[in-house]
Design a protein around this ligand. Sequence first.
Ligand SMILES: *[C@@H]1O[C@H](CO)[C@@H](O)[C@H](O)[C@H]1NC(C)=O
Length: 83
Amino acid sequence: DYIRWQSSIVHSYYDDQDQLGYQDPLYKGRTALFHDQISGGNASLGLARVNLQDQGKYLCYVSTSKNNQETFVTLTVNGELKS
Ligand SMILES: *[C@@H]1O[C@H](CO)[C@@H](O)[C@H](O)[C@H]1NC(C)=O
């Protein structure tokens, strides 16, 4: 299976493992797939410590032996500025 979440490279996964060599440094240490659920068809991306800059459109591209599929997900971030 091959999964890629991208705006720049947010997170990529292939050969049964995370492949983060080309990950955008903005996302370093903040992304995770749910590895135990990938085989069941769950390619969800976990994103920690979300900030306003994360807002926008993300492309999720999934390729398996059976087919290829891509979907855009729009992330909206609502927040309050605290001083
Ligand atoms: C995928 O797994 C995550 C973590 O367990 C869960 O929050 C999410 O709802 C799951 N998505 C689907 C489509 O099952």
